[in-house]
Ligand binder design. Structure first.
Ligand code: ZN
Length: 257
């Protein structure tokens, strides 16, 4: 099942589900008890919002060996954790804004895990019970600031630096799916999730050994090799087989001119 958050016209934010090219309302709590109404509205008639408003976004650095190598970085022995602020989240088709502080903003197409149940010290064997579903993320990064600061919070944390969507797919096997990222139809990144150093089960277990995971929390599982620059006027599209495509235009932050 595909969950969305959306607006139709000037309506309030609603939760819905998608069937083929139709949208229906979801009443109640998607993480708890809910009811699906019939899918009547055309998907093209609604504005998709980020499919979840995460309490926290936990990201994994260097989870594909090829990506670690392209940055001449060591392959980590344990998952390398960092975080992005929830204020960075935008939805499909929303614009990624290039901040004036950076000369090198890059895309990072990633599989995103959405947590569905509160948990601490979750075992890898039980990890899937705590997952609500999967969506697509773009861990947009100001690479020059990331390098300069050592700490990654500034380079990863600008507003608009965490596109998520277009929906949460609840029926999905994350063990071997293709993640691709195109910029203006030029293929930049292409890898299978089977090349992850730490798989989804291991990541949920490792993160929850540190911090409690809550419904709506998002894990960005790391990016394959091929990260590259974004410039004013680009369109970046991350596709994951079995989920869909997350598209976002790119523009200079108008506040900087
Ligand atoms: Zn990343």
């Amino acid at each position: 099942m595909r969950f969305i958050r959306f607006q139709q016209g000037t309506s309030e934010v609603q939760t819905g589900w998608v069937f083929e090219d139709r949208v229906g309302l979801v009443e109640g709590d998607p993480f708890g008890h809910f009811r699906r109404l019939e899918a009547h509205a055309a998907l093209s008639s609604v504005r998709l919002l980020p499919p979840v408003q995460p309490g926290k976004i936990i990201c994994i650095g260097r989870n594909y060996a090829e990506h670690a190598r392209e940055h001449h970085a060591e392959i980590p022995e344990l998952p390398l954790l960092f975080m992005k602020p929830p204020s960075a989240v935008i939805g499909p088709e929303e614009t990624i804004l290039l901040p004036p502080q950076s000369q090198q903003v890059e895309h990072e197409g990633e599989l995103a895990v959405v947590i569905g149940k509160q948990g601490r010290r979750i075992s890898p064997e039980n990890a899937l019970d705590y997952i609500f579903g999967y969506t697509i993320g773009n861990d947009v990064t100001a690479r020059d600031l990331q390098r300069k600061d050592g700490q990654w919070t500034r380079g990863k944390g600008f507003d608009t630096f965490c596109p998520l969507g277009p929906w949460i797919e609840t029926i999905f096997d994350p063990s071997d799916v293709m993640v691709t990222c195109r910029v203006n139809d030029e293929m930049r990144q292409m890898a299978s999730t089977r090349d992850m150093l730490f798989n989804v089960r291991q990541l949920v277990a490792f993160i929850s050994s540190v911090m409690t995971l809550f419904p709506g929390d998002v894990i960005l599982t790391g990016t394959p090799a091929g990260v590259g620059p974004l410039t004013d006027g680009d369109e970046v599209a991350v596709t994951i087989d079995g989920i869909g495509t997350l598209r976002n235009p790119v523009a200079s932050d108008p506040a900087s001119s």
